[in-house]
Design a protein around this ligand. Structure first.
Ligand SMILES: [Zn+2]
Length: 576
């Protein structure tokens, strides 16, 4: 399994890592922006086996799905349940306070009060789930619910969600059109009913949908007993990496079911159904991009602002930031990236794409000229979210320095982040970033320390200290019977039940593999199954997705209801 534990490098590597001139500092970026497809973690993976058109699966009782989708009383009930939990500000912070407090340090421990309230609210709103299923509290605040299946030979299916939310930024609270924890319900001409509030989308609507699907079955299908166990895992700190939540749940599940002991895990995704080049596509993530975060502390001599030293800390850091931000990393379209297969299938089924472009997509993996043409097409015709499926992205994320306007800063702390293209690896990128930092330090005559190891000795001018965390891309879920059942269920649900309501007629849906660009709790569940799908039901709307983690987060009730319908349908599919 991939790990967040920092990599170790030999002293030999350190001694040879520093290039000597400023010119080479820029050359390093030229190397870093060049993608590679050789020597990669996924070198043996190819996503070309994924079919463009999976077979439809429609085994869930149609009348129940119609009820879930259409009944107004049901719809209003679910809406209220989501509003109830949005009104509880279960904010997560970095670093997360330990749920099991040290009474000497945190005697009051009020931080977790909203989570206690949230548990009570869920128990009130889902009485059958809480009384009939095995509900366990994991490490104080995460929840694990198990509906035991009748056939112990079948591996359990698990839905993962999280109850915590990112904090509302006090600086931008005035930009919210509705109080962030109002759970206000309003009407939108494009989307219908919408619910406002932090967490309405990320991720409380999924938590509610999972619980509601089970509550529905327990209420309206009292004779139903799953053959395959159904598990709900609700983490308490996904927004801080799942250290106290999902990691504890994963450890318990591993001891209970063993490696590869689960049938599949369904976790958060970004995109609902989207029309691309005239084709309707659902795009579950079968992997997550790798990610790296670097934290840098630069300490140099300060001084009075009337006699500034030549290289103040802010001066030095600004040269670093300018260089770091100068180049975009190059895009790449290869058979290692599930999103490449997605676009190949879109091209194959599109009636709006030119024949030339269709040919380019079809031969992209063998013909470099065709590959260049189609990348140009993807990059110039899509939003950022799509473009970033095909490249590593980097950015300076924080910067702090200086205390007073008449003193030169002697200390600047800054951080930067790199999200890796599917073709890139932590090892390769760490080496390149280390070279860059080395050259920066040497050029400015300062020492360098990386992950507690001395690379260049501290000088009288100062020192740069760097630490980082790194995680390779998640393993790619295979094309197998589990995928086909999952994708076929989405296809059946939308083509047979939802498109006739939402789009007034029959339409074809492609369910295609993609990549999750953000992180999820499922990173902790990689040992439990190879079949991890990051999927968001509903129709993609930029207005909704763009507000996640920012002011004015909201969700449309249609997406909430379709998520309930999907969970209901999928639970029934996997019983066959
Ligand atoms: Zn989330």
């Amino acid at each position: 399994m991939n790990t967040l534990t920092p990599k170790k490098y030999t002293d030999m590597y350190y001694s040879s890592c520093c290039l000597s001139s400023i010119a080479t500092q820029y050359a390093i970026w030229l190397i870093l922006i060049l993608p590679t497809t050789s020597g990669l973690g996924h070198a043996n993976s190819s996503v070309t086996s994924f079919e463009c058109n999976v077979e439809k699966c429609s085994s869930a009782p149609r009348e129940h799905i119609q009820y879930i989708l259409k009944d107004t009383v049901f719809r209003n009930g679910v809406t209220e349940k989501l509003r109830n939990v949005v009104q509880i500000p279960s904010e997560m912070v970095d670093p997360t306070p330990n749920p099991v407090p040290d009474p000497r340090v945190q005697p009051e421990h009020h931080f977790w009060d909203p989570f206690r309230k949230l548990h009570q609210q869920l128990a009130t709103d889902f009485p059958r789930v809480f009384s009939r299923l095995n509900v366990e509290i994991i490490n104080e605040f995460s929840l694990l619910m198990t509906w035991e299946g009748s056939d112990r030979n079948l591996k359990p299916l698990m839905f993962s969600s999280h109850m915590d939310v990112v904090p509302v930024n006090p600086e931008t609270v005035g930009e919210w059109q509705h109080d962030p924890y109002s759970g206000d319900l309003t009407w939108d001409d494009e989307l219908g009913d919408i619910i406002w509030g932090r967490g309405a989308f990320d991720d409380k609507h999924r938590m509610i949908a999972h619980l509601q699907a089970l509550e529905y079955i327990l209420t309206f299908e009292p004779d139903f007993v799953p053959k395959r166990s159904i598990i709900l895992a609700i983490g308490c700190d996904e927004e801080s990496g799942g250290v106290y939540g999902a990691s504890f749940i994963a450890a318990l599940l591993l001891s209970r079911y063993g490696e590869n002991g689960l049938y599949a895990v369904i976790d958060e995704g970004f995109t609902g159904i989207k029309e691309i080049e005239g084709v309707l596509a659902a795009m579950p993530g079968i992997s997550e991009k790798g990610r790296m975060n670097f934290w840098c502390n630069l300490t140099v001599k300060g001084g009075h602002s009337s006699v500034p030293p030549k290289d103040s800390a802010i001066n030095l850091v600004s040269t670093f930031v300018t260089e770091f931000e100068r180049e975009q990393l190059l895009p790449i379209f290869s058979q290692i990236n599930p999103a490449a297969r997605l676009y190949q299938c879109i091209a194959e089924n599109s009636v709006t794409l030119s024949n030339n472009l269709k040919r380019y997509f079809a031969s992209a993996f063998n013909d470099s000229e065709a590959n260049n043409h189609l990348l140009e097409h993807i990059i110039s015709n899509n939003d950022l979210r799509t473009k970033y499926l095909f490249r590593s992205v980097k950015g300076v994320t924080t910067i702090h320095g200086g205390l007073k306007s008449n003193s030169l800063a002697d200390f600047v702390a800054w951080s930067f982040s790199i999200r890796l293209a599917m073709e890139d690896t932590v090892d390769r990128t760490v080496k390149l970033v280390q070279q860059m930092l080395c050259t920066f330090a040497r050029t400015h005559g300062i020492g360098l320390n990386i992950q507690g190891k001395q690379v260049l000795a501290r000088t009288e001018k100062g020192i740069l200290q760097v630490r980082y965390s790194a995680k390779n891309a998640a393993p790619i879920s295979p094309n197998n019977a589990v995928w086909k059942m999952f994708a076929g269920t989405i296809k059946g649900l939308y083509e047979d039940c939802i498109f006739p309501i939402r789009l007034n007629g029959k339409h074809n849906l492609l369910v295609l593999p993609s990549v999750m660009t953000g992180g999820t709790d499922s990173v902790h569940y990689e040992k439990l199954t190879r079949n991890i799908y990051r999927y968001q039901p509903g129709f993609y709307t930029g207005r909704v997705v763009d507000n996640i983690h920012g002011p004015n987060e909201f969700i449309d009730v249609n997406t909430l209801i379709e998520t309930v319908a999907f969970v209901y349908a999928y639970i029934h599919s996997v019983q066959d």
